[in-house]
Design a protein around this ligand. Structure first.
Ligand code: SF4
Ligand code: SF4
Length: 59
């Protein structure tokens, strides 16, 4: 279950990009985007996001 960013909640701070150990997150059109192929479900970005914009895509 890779991390998933709610683009409407993302404030473009790039904290998640900084903390991701696998460099799975990049900024696309000003918003964070997770590459599910690179995500290891470590939750670092979920904990780091000040807007609580990241969750696990488990639905
Ligand atoms: S940490 Fe949260 S608000 Fe900041 S860029 Fe990442 S998803 Fe967006
Ligand atoms: S859960 Fe971990 S590996 Fe996946 S995008 Fe977030 S920080 Fe990166």
């Amino acid at each position: 279950m890779p991390a998933l960013v709610n683009r409407d909640m993302c404030n473009s701070c790039e904290e998640c990009v900084e903390v991701c150990p696998t460099e799975a997150i990049s900024m696309v059109e000003g918003k964070a985007l997770v590459d599910p192929e690179e995500c290891t479900d470590c939750y670092a970005c979920v904990d780091a996001c000040p807007e609580s914009a990241i969750g696990m895509d488990d639905d």
